[in-house]
Design a protein around this ligand. Structure first.
Ligand SMILES: *Cc1c(COP(=O)(O)O)cnc(C)c1O
Length: 236
């Protein structure tokens, strides 16, 4: 089987899962956008995915993302940055990312806005919220995501930045909790944000293993890596 055939078959299966999750949740299949997470896979795969109708790709490491976006600059793709962000790299990320999903602290806002401004292009921003239970210890890599009670201030900072558009929230289900429960909590957090920012309607949640739960909880974007591209080498 060629790589193209393999990707095509995997994409078809993932699209069917999304459609069936939407049907179960009484949602239209067009309500959920598939972001294919291409980290660790080459630009050649990104190109095949674009040919197969993928419109959105996600990357989580700046250097890899920057190089791949440059190699694929001729493709009309929307690039999502979904990884932990250092403030000294944020301006550079905003130079190629169309959506930055991992904004979790006010310190990132000014450099992101600067990068977006230099490109004369508004960058879409999602606030990453932690779904770890309150008081949970920070893991080895530190927790990612703002605490829910920090979102209001973070949202205001993005709103005031000028060249960033506040679009909504992103979250990853904790490893040690049922994703259905975690995403239910996320839906509540989203309602609170929407009360103050009715335009912030995007909800990026759901990965290869839990997309059905995310769609049920109202996800508008699912970030799917291994179910499309196959398993990646273990991180670190
Ligand atoms: C890698 C990654 C994904 C994709 O995970 P899969 O389980 O391979 O689908 C989604 N979201 C984030 C933030 C990631 O880092």
């Amino acid at each position: 089987m060629s790589r193209r055939d393999q990707l095509e078959a995997n994409l078809e299966a993932v699209r069917a899962r999304i459609a069936s999750a939407c049907a179960d949740a009484g949602r239209a299949p067009g309500d959920v956008r598939l972001v294919v997470v291409t980290k660790f896979f080459p630009a050649g795969d990104v190109r095949l995915l674009a040919e197969l109708g993928v419109t959105d790709v996600g990357e989580n490491r700046h250097q890899e993302a920057e190089a791949k976006a440059a190699e694929c600059a001729d493709l009309a793709l929307t690039w999502h940055f979904i990884g932990g962000l250092q403030s000294n790299k944020a301006a550079a990320v905003a130079a190629y990312a169309d959506v930055v999903e991992s904004v979790d602290r006010p310190k990132l806002v000014a450099p992101l806005a600067k990068g977006a401004h230099q490109r004369s292009h508004e960058v879409d921003v999602l606030l990453q919220v932690s779904l770890d239970p309150p008081g949970a210890g920070t893991g080895a890599g530190g927790r990612s995501g703002a605490e829910p009670d920090q979102l209001a201030a973070l949202a205001s900072a993005v709103k005031q930045s000028g060249s960033l558009r506040l679009r909504g929230l992103m979250a990853v289900a904790p490893l040690d909790e049922d994703p259905a429960t975690a995403f239910q909590r996320l839906a509540g957090i989203r309602q609170e944000l929407l009360a103050d920012h009715p335009d912030a309607t995007w909800l990026s949640a759901g990965m290869s293993g839990d997309l059905e739960h995310a769609v049920r909880a109202g996800a508008t974007h699912v970030r799917i890596g291994s179910a499309v591209l196959g398993s990646r080498p273990r991180v670190k």
